[in-house]
Design a protein around this ligand. Sequence first.
Ligand SMILES: CC(C)(COP(=O)(O)OP(=O)(O)OC[C@H]1O[C@@H](n2cnc3c(N)ncnc32)[C@H](O)[C@@H]1OP(=O)(O)O)[C@@H](O)C(=O)NCCC(=O)NCCS
Length: 257
Amino acid sequence: MTEQAWSTGVTKIVPNSVRVRGYDIAELMGNASFGQAVYLILRGDLPDEATGKLIEAMIVSSIDHGATPPSVLAARTVASTGATLSASVAAGIMSINNHHGGAIENCARQLGVIIARADGGDLEQAATDQLADWKSEGKRMSGFGHRVHSNDPRTGRLFELTREAGAFGAHCTAAMAVEKVFIAGGRPLPVNVDGAMGAILADLGFEPEVMNGFFMIARVPGLVAHVREERSRMRPMRKIDPNNHDYDGPDERSMSL
Ligand SMILES: CC(C)(COP(=O)(O)OP(=O)(O)OC[C@H]1O[C@@H](n2cnc3c(N)ncnc32)[C@H](O)[C@@H]1OP(=O)(O)O)[C@@H](O)C(=O)NCCC(=O)NCCS
């Protein structure tokens, strides 16, 4: 008895042909940016160049954030045991959750709640009331605050590119309102890169369920670099102190644009 066929709408493979969401892979190669291709595979259609540039900038923004994020510590710890590249990188990916890299989806959902509460009216008032409710429930506003940055260098650039792409909408506006409410409350908590991505992806119309995937897509090259460095420079099973390290890579340099 043959099993009933199941369907996939992502990529069609027949001998000598690969079509992603209908597009010939050879046509995409060299013509579509990685940002456009990521949008295509997740949404089903190719975006315009500005949107592709914005998606790609999000991916670049989160390619790495030094040696201290939990995902890097997890990947390096596993690598230090002699694990394979895939096992080590997987350990890093498994550390991407609610509080690290996974605030994108929650931020988008929370901004949606604030927008609904404002119901077309005063966003700042709605944000004030909603944040007070969440605080009394012991719930944080995802996508705000940072252990290191008081002004995340990545978010301003992302919002600039969002405006260039004509995508700055209700969620980005709500994120600005939340930032103002935190300042007014005497505890400035800046939008962090996760928060910016949540707001932007929501304004681009992405479903929340895929949003945290952007951080994973972005962070894999960084994790591979850290795992490779761990395996090539460090002693096996060393004690990894998250704070006691320095940087000995290239000095500051610029692309001279
Ligand atoms: C990222 C984060 C862990 C950094 O925290 P931190 O600077 O070490 O600050 P702490 O966790 O010590 O919190 C300090 C105070 O600020 C408050 N606070 C920090 N971030 C907050 C947020 N996003 N929403 C509401 N309150 C927040 C805490 O409740 C705490 O208040 P208290 O002193 O009254 O208890 C934190 O800001 C956070 O949980 N953010 C939301 C999750 C997130 O966006 N993660 C992605 C980071 S890129």
